[in-house]
Design a protein around this ligand. Structure first.
Ligand SMILES: *[C@@H]1O[C@H](CO)[C@@H](O)[C@H](O)[C@H]1NC(C)=O
Ligand SMILES: *[C@@H]1O[C@H](CO)[C@@H](O)[C@H](O)[C@H]1NC(C)=O
Ligand SMILES: *[C@@H]1O[C@H](CO)[C@@H](O)[C@H](O)[C@H]1NC(C)=O
Ligand SMILES: *[C@@H]1O[C@H](CO)[C@@H](O)[C@H](O)[C@H]1NC(C)=O
Ligand SMILES: *[C@@H]1O[C@H](CO)[C@@H](O)[C@H](O)[C@H]1NC(C)=O
Ligand SMILES: *[C@@H]1O[C@H](CO)[C@@H](O)[C@H](O)[C@H]1NC(C)=O
Ligand SMILES: *[C@@H]1O[C@H](CO)[C@@H](O)[C@H](O)[C@H]1NC(C)=O
Length: 487
């Protein structure tokens, strides 16, 4: 990631400073910046595997944040576990009844610690407060603070202060404060693996910046940094809490809560770790840490509602957290097939040979990525060619089995009842006869994230299952010197 590596970004550089002071200038500069990042990234040694999930049956894209950072070796006596995190979830009483379904997918009552913070007492329909939801707190009044952004909402002030109010609860043994929105789904195993890379006794600010600076999602952390959540180590939180209220007034013209927090962080002189501009949340090989803004996009799986879709993904995640959404690709040269598997989500079959570079960026959503739109997530992601002869055949995750020897078997099926035009080329005919995929994979060792991770190799096995219309794929570590290269 060349000059983007976090340690090399100077928090006091003019660009960064401007970006917090002048949204319009920022817009222009950052557009250029984004393009640069993208091209740098594109040609860097790690081809950018998009963890933005394409939703080929629809016209939107999921926003998936991952984290990637330089390796930090630390010796800590007790491993950071879920009890060491205090979550602060930005909620609102208007939307909670719907949004709680996202929280409840990952929240473990009496295990995860934290609160959802509301602007006012919950409404009647939210009472009695469900035991399966995170407990709530009502944020303290923010009328005394200045908020001078000409657009946006004062709730940004309330949300920026969640970290302070969480800190002031004075809980014991908190190492990290993790902030997210009420529609953020955290993958806590992977989150822990990311946090364990850092020494919680130092000041750390970890997050994937959001791609948009002007979301209209008013009660949201989305601004600037952390729709997908961000984490602040205890010592940093302590420092932040001291000056936060002052920052909120000093940065009263900034629209979003994260920008206000970001302004404060600059005063403290701490820089964000993680992937600048969320775009690099597209890092090829990084664990899935959170999904968010699920309410603004189409369901992940065709024919399922949003919550059921996330549940589906979580069912894969439970069997192998670190592998979730990791991509592998391989070829069957006897038939000129290319296969790409995003574990736990989708398998794609191309009845022709596609280079690794193209498989890695199959639908080029970045190029159409309207980061600067006022509308939330109006990403123009007509991700697939309309020509059926230029599209892969797409299969969706359908189930997972653990089959012993630390191996999982996932299956992927073609969605039913799709009135999709089919390509009538002969090569496609053979491919269409494949109803699904069976993919076996060793359970991914999370320690691999601490090393320089490498995409795993796979192979297509033309076994007896093919007679039943199932393509068999085996994912495995690559052999030494092996690369996924076409002849
Ligand atoms: C794409 O989005 C537009 C506008 O939201 C909608 O009318 C249309 O049905 C969508 N198309 C698909 C394939 O989902
Ligand atoms: C997390 O670690 C602490 C020790 O720091 C321990 O007391 C606690 O029980 C652990 N929690 C879980 C859920 O393992
Ligand atoms: C959580 O703990 C409290 C008291 O310790 C108990 O009353 C409650 O039923 C527990 N909730 C769940 C979901 O286990
Ligand atoms: C695979 O593609 C190569 C090069 O395009 C071609 O020469 C070969 O005949 C193809 N093989 C099959 C089985 O279609
Ligand atoms: C189990 O996995 C190990 C290492 O991956 C392999 O050497 C061994 O042959 C496997 N055993 C079976 C029964 O598949
Ligand atoms: C492949 O998947 C099908 C359907 O999920 C299943 O019936 C079959 O047993 C699987 N094959 C193997 C080798 O596990
Ligand atoms: C793959 O298996 C199918 C069915 O067993 C067979 O018809 C086909 O010829 C095989 N293809 C290759 C390239 O071995």
């Amino acid at each position: 990631m060349l000059w983007l590596s976090p340690s090399k970004i100077n928090p006091f550089s003019p660009l960064t400073k401007l970006s917090f002071l002048n949204p319009n200038l920022m817009k222009g500069l950052l557009s250029i910046f984004l393009v640069t990042i993208f091209s740098l990234c594109y040609f860097s040694i790690f081809p950018p595997f998009k963890l933005r999930i394409n939703c080929p049956e629809c016209n939107q894209t999921y926003n998936i944040h991952t984290y990637n950072d330089e390796e930090i070796e630390i010796e800590i006596k007790t491993k950071t576990n879920i009890s060491h995190i205090l979550f602060g979830i930005a909620g609102s009483s208007e939307t909670w009844s719907q949004r709680r379904h996202y929280c409840e997918l990952w929240w473990k009552p009496n295990v995860t610690r934290g609160y959802v913070w509301l602007g006012e007492e919950p409404r009647k329909e939210a009472k009695p407060w469900p035991k399966t939801s995170p407990p709530y707190k009502v944020s303290s009044d923010t009328a005394r603070f200045k908020y001078t952004s000409s657009y946006g909402s004062r709730s940004a002030v309330r949300i920026a202060r969640i970290v302070k109010e969480s800190f002031e609860l004075g809980f014991d043994d908190v190492r990290w404060f993790v902030m997210g929105d009420d529609d953020t789904v955290f993958f806590t195993e992977n989150l822990l693996n990311v946090l364990r890379k850092y020494d919680y006794r130092e000041m750390y600010y970890i997050g994937g910046q959001s791609e948009s600076v002007e979301q209209d999602v008013i009660h949201s952390y989305t601004m600037g940094y952390g729709g997908g959540g961000f984490a602040i180590s205890y010592p940093l939180a302590k420092e932040l809490v001291r000056i936060l209220d002052g920052c909120i007034d000093r940065y009263s013209e900034l629209y979003g809560s994260d920008q206000k927090i970001g302004g404060c962080m600059m005063e403290i002189g701490v820089d964000i770790r993680g992937s600048p501009y969320g775009l690099l949340s597209a890092h090829p090989l990084a664990p899935l840490v959170s999904l968010h803004h699920l309410d603004y996009v189409q369901p992940l799986f065709p024919g399922m509602d949003r919550v059921a879709s996330v549940k589906m993904l979580i069912s894969a995640y439970k069997s192998d957290p670190s592998r979730t959404l990791q991509q592998s690709f391989c070829y069957d040269l006897t038939r000129n097939w290319s296969v790409s598997v995003s574990w736990g989500y989708t398998a794609q079959l191309y009845p022709y040979l596609v280079t690794g570079k193209d498989l890695n960026t199959p639908f080029q959503t970045f190029l159409t990525w309207r980061s600067w739109s006022q509308e939330p997530f109006a990403f123009n992601t007509r991700v697939m060619s309309l020509d059926p002869c230029e599209r892969p055949i797409i299969y969706y995750f359908d189930g997972v089995k653990e089959v012993g020897n630390e191996t999982t078997l996932t299956s992927y099926k073609r969605p039913k009842n799709r009135q999709m035009k089919q390509c009538d080329r002969r090569t496609y005919g053979a491919a269409y006869s494949m109803k699904g995929f069976n993919v076996s994979a060793p359970i991914f060792d999370p320690q691999i994230w601490k090393k320089a991770p490498r995409r795993q190799c796979c192979e297509i096995i033309n076994g007896s299952d093919e007679r039943d219309g199932m393509v068999q794929v085996r994912i495995r570590g690559c052999n030494q010197w092996e690369s996924v290269t076409l002849p």
